[in-house]
Write a protein that binds this ligand. Sequence first.
Ligand code: PEP
Length: 256
Amino acid sequence: MVKNRKPIIAGNWKMYKTASEALTFVRELQSAVSGNEDVEVVVCPPFNALVPVVEALRGIGIAVGAQNVHWEEQGAFTGEISPGMLKDAGCRYVIIGHSERRQFFGETDANVNRKVKAVLQHDLTPVMCVGELLSEREDGITEKVVRDQIEAGLEGLTPGQVAGMVIAYEPVWAIGTGKTASDADAQQVIGFIRGLVSKLFGEETAAQVRIQYGGSVKPQNTASLMAQPDIDGALVGGASLDVESFTGIIKAAAGN
Ligand code: PEP
């Protein structure tokens, strides 16, 4: 089946890589994926490396994203960064509500919603993460958990805003564990999310919004995940830290 949404492969580097390591990485990545037009590629370095990476990738066709943001424009919020600052640094995407933010830093659905609205105001694209814990999957409440996260995270947005964003379905038990959701399980939840977006914002919005899968994506499991009708790319943690494996994922998503 032909999808008319461009797949998006984003690397979430978490708290890894100095600025000089990041520069070495993107120079190698750039030559490894040059000529690729079929897949949108994004790297999300830690804050220290954002500006040098943006500069190194200028005009190259690989976008840069941040891993977190505050919802306020500025103020006495020690350790935080604002949407305007990320825009000024040259970011195009911002990961919001990653499960590590939810688990270790108390991120709530209400905060996720504030952040999504704030970055949209600055013409940045949110990559909003949702996903269930292992215990929630075992209790059979995956759809309920994901529904609550989607409804709260997208609350108050317009259909046009939702259509332009990226949603990442990342089952928490699959992140950094080496356990990938099966193609069928990933498709089932992502299809459910698309159906929910259709109910909340209309069919046209649901047909446009890109929904990634994330959780132990590697070159070997990418093609079959991407072949699922509702999966439009991947948010990649561990395997995005190595040029060879990240390139393998990009090529597999492009069908090469
Ligand atoms: C992530 O951090 O978003 C992620 C999916 O990590 P990993 O690919 O390592 O499971």
